[in-house]
Design a protein around this ligand. Structure first.
Ligand code: HEC
Ligand code: HEC
Ligand code: HEC
Ligand code: HEC
Length: 373
């Protein structure tokens, strides 16, 4: 969407006279394209209809060196999603437009968004076209040939000159035609100008492109980060995962010396000492995330899953993938205790007293050392 908008705005800025519609331009719906047209992008298409009405003008007439140049555009390939749009027969709509252009133009240019084969089939039906500029995604093999970096695009030959637009604006085509009154239009010169280093950048446009690319780089990085977080396929919501204390330790290392000595962290050893480490009735409160997606599971842990034994950080704070920084991730710890400190297993539980005793991540080393002595 934002790439399309950048291209449309830049084309308006550069002063394009006529722009044909391609099927991929319709990816974001006709409303988006209409917005570009309202902002000044001169979109043309004779056979694109919405609710029985043609969406854009079928052709435009431009004065070029005193001659009236008519530009007609046709689209052949339907987009993946039509969204209620209709692409009518290019032959019939093209003929109809040419009929209306008769007498109003000296030269007729057809912008054909279609494959070469389709164009060849279509052209005999379109009497009055002097010159064709074709564009459309081409198959990979011919793309390599037509759009290699050195040529940027290629001219295609037929009875009427067909010019191929190339891709990625790597070249501009120059066409000179003669249109003497009463005579058939004839081609005087045609040439591809590669936009290589020999063609200097236009400063304002170069700046536009530079800032767009910088913005896009930032967006891509953002996207990559958000993609690396697993999401629910149906709802698109982030699926949280337990990461294990080793991950927390990378940044919260200051808490670790105390934490690894704490009873919370050593809760699994308590069970082991009693031969109950396999008993899921005990394990659920002496490990992290037991019974929850990606939480402690003896089998997966044995096959290299994050180490989630003992009551780790995420047992109180919840899985660490999102790791909110606005105070909610810290606060989530406060409401966690009750799940394990039940009346059966912790009849004396009282938050303030227990919180002080737990000292968050275990009492300071000096305190416990004092206690041991
Ligand atoms: C996932 C379960 C679980 C959660 C959540 C949990 N605890 Fe515990 N807690 C335990 C277990 C199990 C032990 C006993 C560990 C042992 O000795 O093996 C324990 C022990 C304790 C102890 C005794 C340790 C000591 O040093 O005396 C305190 C205090 C305590 N928890 C406080 C809390 C507080 C406060 C919260 C909430 C902020 C909380 N716990 C949340 C499972 C949990
Ligand atoms: C509902 C959660 C829960 C379950 C289930 C659970 N525990 Fe605990 N366990 C705790 C909590 C919380 C404590 C800490 C109690 C406190 O200090 O107030 C604890 C403490 C202990 C202690 C230390 C007691 C002490 O004071 O020295 C042992 C031993 C223990 N549990 C063994 C087990 C065994 C064995 C099972 C399974 C039969 C089990 N636990 C099941 C939550 C649980
Ligand atoms: C027994 C539950 C429990 C465990 C285990 C636990 N926390 Fe907390 N943590 C809390 C609670 C509750 C708070 C919120 C304290 C408050 O603001 O009332 C908190 C607060 C925090 C804060 C906010 C800043 C601060 O220090 O107050 C950070 C950071 C934090 N915890 C990181 C960790 C890390 C890292 C671990 C594991 C090494 C961990 N916590 C283990 C319960 C726990
Ligand atoms: C890449 C570094 C990094 C890792 C890994 C990390 N944290 Fe943090 N964490 C931070 C930073 C930075 C803060 C903000 C500290 C501050 O504001 O003082 C923070 C804050 C927190 C807070 C308080 C957040 C709030 O505002 O509610 C909690 C709780 C916390 N971390 C827990 C964890 C836990 C649990 C893990 C492991 C699953 C973890 N962190 C892993 C860097 C990290």
């Amino acid at each position: 969407m934002y790439r399309g908008r950048f291209l449309a705005e830049t084309m308006i800025e550069l002063g394009y006279d006529a722009v044909a519609v391609g099927e991929r331009d319709l990816s974001f719906g006709i409303r988006t394209l209409r917005e570009y047209a309202e902002k000044g992008l001169p979109l043309v298409c004779a056979n694109l209809f919405d609710g029985g009405e043609r969406v854009f003008p079928p052709f435009l007439v431009k004065k070029v060196h005193g001659k009236r140049v008519g530009v007609l555009a046709l689209l052949d390939t339907p987009p993946r999603e039509l969204h209620g749009l209709e692409i009518r027969d290019p032959a019939a709509e093209g003929r109809d437009a040419l009929e209306r252009m008769r007498g109003r133009t000296d030269v007729v240019v057809l912008l054909a968004h279609m494959e070469r084969g389709r164009l060849d089939d279509l052209l005999p039906a379109l009497e009055g076209v002097d010159l064709v500029v074709r564009g459309h995604t081409i198959d990979i093999e011919s793309a390599a040939e037509d759009c290699s970096d050195t040529t940027g695009g290629a001219f295609e030959d037929a009875v009427r000159p067909i010019l191929f637009a190339g891709d990625r604006a790597r070249a501009v085509g120059l066409v000179v035609v003669a249109a003497p009154p009463g005579e058939r239009v004839s081609l005087v010169e045609r040439r591809l100008i590669n936009l290589d280093a020999a063609v200097p950048d236009e400063p304002a446009t170069a700046e536009r492109v530079r800032s767009f690319l910088a913005e896009e780089g930032a967006r891509r990085r953002e996207l990559a980060v958000s993609k690396s977080i697993p999401r629910d396929e149906r709802t698109g919501r982030i699926v949280e995962r337990y990461l294990g204390v080793d991950v927390c330790a990378r940044c919260h290392g200051d808490l670790m010396p105390r934490f690894i000595l704490s009873r919370h962290f050593r809760a699994m050893e308590t069970l082991r000492a009693r031969g109950e480490a396999e008993n899921s009735a005990c394990v659920r409160c002496h490990t992290t995330g037991f019974g929850r997606p990606t939480g402690y599971d003896a089998e997966t842990e044995a096959s290299g899953a994050p180490y989630l034994q003992g009551v780790q950080c995420e047992a109180c704070h919840g899985p660490g993938t999102l790791h909110e920084r606005g105070g909610t991730y810290a606060a989530s710890g406060r409401s966690s205790c009750g799940a394990c400190h039940t009346s059966t297993w912790s009849p004396d539980f009282e938050y303030d007293a227990y919180w002080r005793r737990s000292a968050h991540c275990g009492p300071a080393a000096a305190d416990s050392a004092a206690g041991e002595r």
